[in-house]
Structures are given as C-alpha cells and as structure tokens.
Design a protein around this ligand. Structure first.
Ligand code: ATP
Length: 517
C-alpha cells in the first residue's frame, strides 16, 4: 500500500472499527483531540501493561508512582518550562496559516535529502549489485552539492535555536525562499516565541485565584517526589521511578492524527545514578528500550536511532528512537541524560535538600538522571501503522478478494479470542457461551453469531483478533472445535480442553517479556 494511502486508510479503519474517534464529533470535533474507542482502550491498556511490566515488574530497582496533573506553579519556573518551553512560531500573512518556523526549515532540508535518496535509488537500479553506495555518496557532484546545502542550513538552524535568535530563523526562511506549503506565498510575519503550556486558575477569582499549569510532561512529578520514594522505599542508587500519565501541550500545529496532540499520554522513567556513571546507564537504557520495541515483532528496519544535534538546556546526551510512520521517520521515544539539572533546580527553588547519602563512601550528593520518555499515543500509532495490511485471498469460488487485517502483536491485541457458533440453533450458541464462561477469566473473548462464518472471520481480522474458534455440530458430539489463526488463516481441530493453553501460548505477555529479559 502506498504510504499516503495507508495513512488515510488507517484513520478510516481506526474509526470504523472502534479504535479512535474524533473528540466531540457530534459538535463537529475539537481539533487535534481524540477519544479512544472500545478496542482502542484495550490496545492502549495492553501497551501500558507491556511498558509497566518491562520497567517495574522486571526490575527490582524500579518502582512506579502516579502523580497529579496540577502541580505547584513554581515547579515550572524551576524546570525552565515557563521561560524555555517555547516553539518558534511564524504566520503567513496571505494564507493566515500558522507554522512552527523550525518545522518549515526542517521540511525544506528534507527536500535536499530526498534528492540524495533518489540519486542513490537510481544508482542501485542502474548498476545493481556492483553499485558502491558509499563511494557514490562521497564523490557524486550532485550529492555533494545537496549535502553541502543540508549541512549549511542545518548548521544555521541549530545555532539560531541555541542562541534563541528569532531574526536569524526568519532570515533562514527568507534565504531559502521557503513558501507557505498551502498558498505558495512567501509573505511571512516575524518569528515569535510561543509557550506550549496550558494555563488555568486554581480557586475562584474572589479569593485571589492563582495561575497554575496543566503539566506538559510527567517527569517533574517524579523529580519532586524523588526523596519521598527514595526514603520510603529505602531505594539505593542506581534506582528508577516510572510513571504513566497525561500531559498537555498547546502545540502550534497539531496534526498527523494522534502523532501530535494537545492532550496525550506519556510513559516516563527517571533512573537516578551516581554522578560519573550516567553515560554507562545512558547506553544501557538505549539498548533496553530498542529491545523493548523490537520484541513486539514489528520489522526492525522501521526503527532507528537519531542523535540530537541540539541538546536541551538540561541534557548532556540525547537520542531519539525514531519510527517509520506513514509520513516518514519521526520521534517515538527520547532517551536523555539529564545530569543533575532538575534535582538541583528543585533544591534551589524549594529550599529543600534533594540529596542522596551514599553509605559506602559516606558522601552526600545530588544524583544524575537518565530518562526514557515515550509517547503512549505515538506507540499506538506506530503499532497500527505497521500492522494494518491488505492481502489478496482466493475465495472458494476461485475469485480473488481483499482481506483487511490488523496484525497486532497477539499479546497486545484487544480481543484475544472470538467464539463463533456455526449456526444460531441446535444448542451451538449455548455451547459457545459455555466455552466463553470458562475462558473469560483469562482472556477478553467476543461472542458473534451474526452473518456467515466468512464475514465473521473478516470482522475479527479487521479488529486484529489472533484466534477465532468455531462451534459446529461435531463439537456437541466430541468436544472439539476448529481454531483459526488470524495470520495464516489455517484451521485446526482441537479439544476444548486444550484451548486455554493454545491461546495463552500465543498471547502471553510473559513470552513477550522473555524476549527482552
Ligand atoms: P517533538 O519533537 O515531536 O515535539 P518532543 O521532543 O517535544 O517531541 P519530548 O518532550 O521528548 O517530545 O516527549 C517525550 C515523548 O512524548 C515523545 O517522544 C513523544 O512520543 C511524546 N509526545 C511529545 N509531544 C507529543 C504530542 N504533542 N502528542 C503526542 N505525543 C507527544
């Protein structure tokens, strides 16, 4: 499927099959806000469990917490968010469209990269196996010219962002002759900083309400509870605190479905270490996190690391794990070495010591932090986009047909098992119910008796159910059923008593975790 097509189909499929709905749809929707439907919430919960188990259950030295969305406003001064959590914004005077200025420039850079990629593809086509890509990239004049352009613009952008030089950012847009992607106009306003935090009031105005923020990340809830957890849990360095929760960002341009939303969920883990050991742990967590992704069985080439050129004010090393979404490789997760910046800032702003006493050396110090931060919704989107497939299948009458299938990793699939009586009579529905009543303690099962068996299979394929079992007249005689595998469409006759084991083998979270640990 072409990638553009895939993305449109994915959005339509997510709605049609109860995964994701536009928020407030009957009121014409609310831009970039989405609701998860009956299957979406199950997939989301399963992703959370997979992450939580991989962090908290599998690591003795990591514990979880759940902190409030509202926090003391001073926290955001300490963390730097009130002054520095900004994106550079630019408006086009003709189209009245608003953009992130750095995004416009990145998009422009991507055009040069695409030219290079095209030249490389041509080389492969023309010369086949004898094509030396490395040499081509190092010597071809077109490639070198385009690469020089990329380096020049990228260099200017990084410098301008680091120096907060908004005039220079605008100058890059002018020099590169970047036009509004919608109208083609080059009539731009100046670049302004835009703070991404949502504000609200705590208390009624009559008693002097104070301004507070909806948290833009879950990490600060962990930092301000560092000492509570360390002391009450008698935690020894190195140790981690994990949290899953909502975060809010007033994104300038929220788009690409659930990729960039204004209300979203993060899964973050802060790992507190002895100063000087942070690079070792940074490498460790980079490896562990990529393993977590790859264990799901999604093609490995869809993931890659991206090293940050511009480091955030608090970091001394940062990598993203990028995923190849239908609109290209984009950030899915960040792994950051955050030094002792946050704890030191909170120490200074709160006036409370946030130190660790090392019983071995007898010293007290502020720990360093390595963080892993992943978007739950982006993970959801990565899974859906890698798993939505269309397959040509032959019907019994020889005609070909298209099967739409969501090949979600079985451990994460919303419904694990569909139980289908062949006909709605002769005691088959009752037998099906009996089986569900036994299996529902272990798996989410779905009963379906409507339409032909073929159509029912297709419905389950579209939801992503790994197994369907069919109850027929023979079942009543010998307690056997046919079990159909979603991916291979193979059917097998098995004893009802074997079902729990067969399904568990396929959908077990334990097996998934064992690929990592
Ligand atoms: P981006 O560069 O895409 O804006 P970021 O670098 O600001 O992301 P972080 O602050 O590192 O993101 O947040 C950690 C993770 O939270 C990201 O890797 C992403 O998966 C997720 N995330 C961040 N912003 C959003 C958003 N607006 N909608 C959905 N997920 C998000």
């Amino acid at each position: 499927m072409a990638q553009d097509d895939l993305f449109k189909k994915l959005i339509a499929h997510a709605k049609e099959y109860g995964y994701i709905f536009q928020s407030s749809e009957i009121y014409d929707g609310l831009s970039a806000v989405y609701d998860y439907g009956q299957y979406g919430v199950e997939l989301k919960n399963n992703i959370k469990k997979y992450w939580w188990d991989a962090m908290v259950k599998m690591n003795e030295n990591i514990v979880g917490i759940d902190t409030a969305i509202f926090m003391h406003p001073e926290i955001w001064n300490a963390s730097g968010h009130t002054s520095a959590f900004n994106d550079p914004l630019i408006d086009n005077k003709d189209s009245k469209k608003r953009y992130r200025a750095d995004d416009l420039i990145e998009e422009h850079i991507r055009k040069y990269q695409n030219k290079i990629d095209k030249d490389v593809a041509k080389g492969h086509k023309k010369f086949g196996d004898s094509f030396d890509e490395k040499q081509f990239l190092e010597t071809n004049p077109n490639v070198l010219r385009n690469q020089a352009k990329i380096d020049e613009i990228q260099g200017r952008l990084v410098k301008a962002l680091e120096a907060d030089d908004l005039n220079e950012i605008k100058q890059i847009i002018i020099d590169c002759e970047i036009a509004d992607p919608v109208s083609g106009s080059k009539n731009w306003t100046d670049v302004r900083q835009f703070n991404l935090m949502f504000e609200t009031q705590l208390g009624s105005t009559a008693d002097g309400a104070s301004k507070i923020y909806l948290r833009p990340e879950t990490a600060q809830g962990i930092f301000v509870n560092y000492l509570n957890v360390q002391k009450t849990g008698r935690m020894k360095l190195p140790f981690g605190i994990a949290q899953i929760g909502k975060a809010f960002r007033n994104e300038i341009v929220a788009r690409q479905f659930i990729f960039r939303m204004r209300e979203f969920e993060q899964m973050e883990m802060q790992f507190f270490v002895k100063p000087g050991t942070e690079m070792e742990w940074f490498e460790y967590w980079k490896e562990m996190r990529i393993k977590w992704h790859k264990a799901m069985g999604i093609p490995e080439e869809k993931y890659r690391f991206h090293k940050h050129d511009k480091l955030a004010h608090y970091a001394n090393a940062a990598y993203d794990i990028e995923f190849e979404f239908p609109f290209g490789f984009k950030e899915l997760e960040g792994i950051h070495s955050r030094t002792d910046f946050d704890l030191k800032q909170h120490q200074e702003f709160s006036g409370k010591k946030l130190q660790y006493f090392d019983p071995e050396s007898g010293e007290s110090f502020v720990p360093y932090v390595v963080e892993t931060s992943i978007g739950l919704d982006r993970t959801f989107l990565s899974i859906l986009s890698a798993c939505l497939k269309e397959e040509e299948v032959k019907k019994e009458n020889g005609e070909s047909d298209t099967r739409v299938i969501l090949q979600i990793p079985p451990a994460l699939a919303p419904i694990k098992l569909a139980v289908l009586p062949l006909v709605k009579k002769d005691g088959l529905p009752e037998k099906a119910r009996e089986i569900i009543d036994e299996l529902k303690f272990d798996f989410i099962c779905q009963y379906d008796e409507k339409d032909s068996i073929g159509r029912r299979y297709r419905r389950q394929d579209a939801i992503g159910t790994p197994y369907c079992i069919t109850i027929d007249h023979q079942t009543l005689e010998d307690n056997t059923v046919t079990i159909r595998n979603r991916d291979t469409m193979e059917q097998e006759r098995v004893q009802i008593s074997e079902l729990a084991k067969i399904v568990d083998d396929k959908v077990s979270m334990k097996k998934l975790l064992k690929k990592i640990f």
